[in-house]
Design a protein around this ligand. Structure first.
Ligand code: SF4
Ligand code: SF4
Length: 433
């Protein structure tokens, strides 16, 4: 009997249980000029210029917003190089030779608790905009735009669910920096005058539960609570998280703010904390390097702009180095494949997963319906795939592929090893034409 797929092979435990390794001194840091949301950029520095850590060195331009580009170390701008970006494309990166002095830009300050207490939502929004904060769980959506909602917000949800298999970067962040997370939550609650905040984690994360049960005792009457949700995939999808944590079922396409809810990933909350407290943009992040193709999987605290290649030797190199590898930036369900390890850690890279390449030839569709049963937004992936194969645009539009959240479950559950999600992604492009 075909059943709905929600349980996926999960190998988080060992890596998530080990402390992260700090690697903050790459010789060269690489900062992307453009990204998927901002395809154009102006760079304000020229080769040979000295830069300070946190300095604005350019501006990215997208159709709806602009985004300052910040240096993530101090040193010298030595030119441009092409490397793979998180979106899987070769991209121009600004190359900075680290002088290891970490001299800070003059914009960095320390706000006192009294100064922070006086900040309005509008002032916080401007700070977060200048710091170029985005959704660090992978969405890369500008945080200041979320802050601009004029809907009354009652509840802040913090997403610490990290429901993709293999990744434990947020897990370690939660264990190692609980006070940054707590203060970041307080700042968001202040901005929206929200009465409560729920820190959502999977109920199986006993270590996180133990830490936050203790830390929350230091924040009495704050309205902040721990909320243990389900252990299934995709529990981290905001619609599922909101339903489980609050009992509210969003309508298709409805924004959480419509129901008085705003939600942020835990890494994003730490970014907000740094912005409000110090005016600091995100220049460091937690990242997981893991997969069956790596000798010693680890979590690292690194500067944004660190080449993945610098970290591989610190993981004991590749297992079976003579075997061809598959590299995925992000989780195995929703991440993007890149052709090599010549990629750079940008703000929204949560992980790199390395597998030995296994040739599993695609078989014909047997119409088992597994993909349909597993789709959390109730699409018919097999029908969408067939419509894409025939380039039938009218049929594609009727099948509503734009509702797809790219969770990857249709490919994962496919008995014939068909990359069904790739067809649905193509259908989304067709549907927009
Ligand atoms: S990737 Fe899209 S179509 Fe496939 S199961 Fe997930 S939501 Fe449904
Ligand atoms: S695409 Fe795969 S999962 Fe979907 S019906 Fe065909 S064989 Fe089954």
């Amino acid at each position: 009997m075909i059943a709905k797929t929600t349980k996926i092979h999960d190998t988080k435990n060992l890596v998530g249980a080990l402390p992260s390794v700090k690697f903050l001194n790459a010789k060269y840091l690489y900062i992307a000029t453009a990204n998927a949301r901002c395809p154009k950029a102006d760079v304000f520095i020229k080769e040979g210029d000295h830069v300070d850590t946190f300095q604005v060195i350019g501006m990215r331009h997208g159709p709806f917003f602009e985004q300052p580009i910040h240096a993530t170390c101090s040193g010298t701008f030595v030119g441009y190089e092409k490397h793979y970006h998180r979106n899987g494309k070769l991209t121009d990166f600004i190359k900075i030779e680290n002088d290891f002095k970490d001299t800070f830009d003059k914009s960095i300050i320390l706000r006192t608790p009294e100064e922070i207490a006086k900040l309005t939502k509008e002032e916080m929004t401007e700070i977060i905009k200048d710091c170029a904060n985005v959704g660090l769980g992978g969405s890369s959506f500008p945080t200041y735009i979320k802050f601009q909602t004029d809907k009354p917000i009652d509840t802040v949800l913090i997403n610490g669910i990290e429901c993709e298999p293999y990744i434990t970067a947020d897990h370690r962040l939660m264990l190692e920096y609980p006070y940054r997370i707590m203060d970041g939550i307080k700042y968001v609650m202040q901005a929206f005058n929200a009465k409560r905040a729920l820190i959502c984690i999977k109920s199986k994360y006993k270590d996180i539960k133990a830490v936050y049960t203790q830390v929350l005792k230091e924040y009495p009457n704050s309205g902040i609570e721990l909320c243990c949700v389900g252990n299934y995939y995709p529990q981290g999808w905001e619609v599922e998280m909101i339903k489980k944590a609050t009992g509210i079922q969003l309508n298709p396409g409805e924004l959480p703010s419509n129901r008085g809810i705003i939600n942020f990933n835990v890494s994003t909350i730490v970014g907000i904390y740094k912005a409000i407290k110090y005016n600091m943009p995100v220049i460091k992040r937690m990242i997981t390097i893991t997969g069956d193709g790596i000798n010693y999987p680890k979590n690292f605290r690194v500067r944004v702009g660190t080449p993945i290649k610098d970290l591989i030797p610190l993981c004991g190199g590749y297992k079976n180095p003579d075997k061809e590898k598959v590299f995925i930036l992000g989780g195995p369900m929703m991440g993007a494949s890149v052709p090599s390890d010549d990629c750079i850690i940008t703000k929204t890279v949560t992980s790199i997963i390395v597998f030995d390449k296994v040739n599993e030839p695609e078989q014909p569709c047997v119409r088992c319906g597994s993909c349909v049963m597993s789709c959390p937004v109730h699409l018919e992936p097999v029908q969408i795939m067939n419509a894409v194969k025939c380039a039938d645009k009218e049929r594609i539009k009727k099948l509503n592929p734009l509702r797809c959240i790219e969770c990857g479950l249709c490919s994962y559950s496919c008995t014939s090893k068909i990359p069904v999600t790739d067809y649905v992604r193509k259908a989304k492009v067709f549907a927009k034409l």
